[in-house]
Write a protein that binds this ligand. Structure first.
Ligand code: AMP
Length: 198
């Protein structure tokens, strides 16, 4: 199963990806997580990406495409994967298409978590508070001002990925304003529908 989760920051992609990992025993490939790990390890990519990430901007296509290219060729991704946070631009979507075609692999579905953006800032404030109260580190980019930058970057650069996959016929829209369990159930019914089509 090869899936892409798309939606603005705070839409619940990470939460749903974690559930899909358990259900399908395929890895979640989050470019955000990989970049944060690179920043923490102070690798050359991490050093380059840090300032852009802290400001809520987008890291270059070249860097993230390189990261994904390496990652999907690893052993645990051979039976499938869930892409979370990638592709974020048309150039990244095209690069992914090329990688899949070159490997003779096919994409099963692109799930868009559609949310009311006016409610997202409240959601992100809650995420920061929850992390704080459970003693976990609060992401620097979950600051409301940086979050607004990330939302702008999504609307400016990434929202175009949705019509791209609508055209390819891969897109399914999920109501991301439902409860976490309801969103999971909606995703499940889309994926079960895919099985039936096969
Ligand atoms: P995320 O955890 O997906 O919200 O990503 C956190 C940050 O990492 C983003 O705000 C970007 O700065 C960077 N990032 C993650 N994925 C990508 C991507 N596919 N393209 C460009 N930048 C990315």
């Amino acid at each position: 199963m090869r899936l892409i989760l798309v939606g603005p920051p705070g839409a619940g992609k990470g939460t749903q990806a974690t559930r899909l990992v358990e259900k399908y025993t395929i890895p979640q490939l989050s470019t955000g997580d990989m970049l944060r790990a690179a920043v923490a390890a102070q690798t050359p990519i991490g050093i380059k990406a840090k300032a852009v990430m802290d400001a809520g901007g987008l890291v270059s296509d070249e860097i993230v495409v390189g990261i994904i290219r390496d990652r999907i060729s690893e052993e645990d991704a051979t039976t499938g994967f869930i892409l979370d946070g990638f592709p974020r631009t048309i150039a990244q979507a095209e690069a992914l298409d090329e990688m899949l075609t070159a490997g003779g692999l096919k994409l099963n579905a692109v799930l868009e978590l559609r949310v009311d953006q006016t409610k997202l800032v409240d959601r992100i404030i809650k995420r920061a508070e929850d992390a704080k109260s459970s003693g976990q580190p609060v992401r620097k980019d979950d600051d409301p001002d940086v979050f607004k930058q990330r939302l702008e970057a999504y609307n400016r650069d990434t929202a175009v990925v949705v019509p791209y996959y609508e055209k390819t016929g891969h897109l399914s829209v999920i109501d991301g304003m439902q409860s976490i369990d309801e969103v999971s159930a909606s995703i499940e019914s889309v994926l079960e529908g895919l099985d039936e089509k096969v």
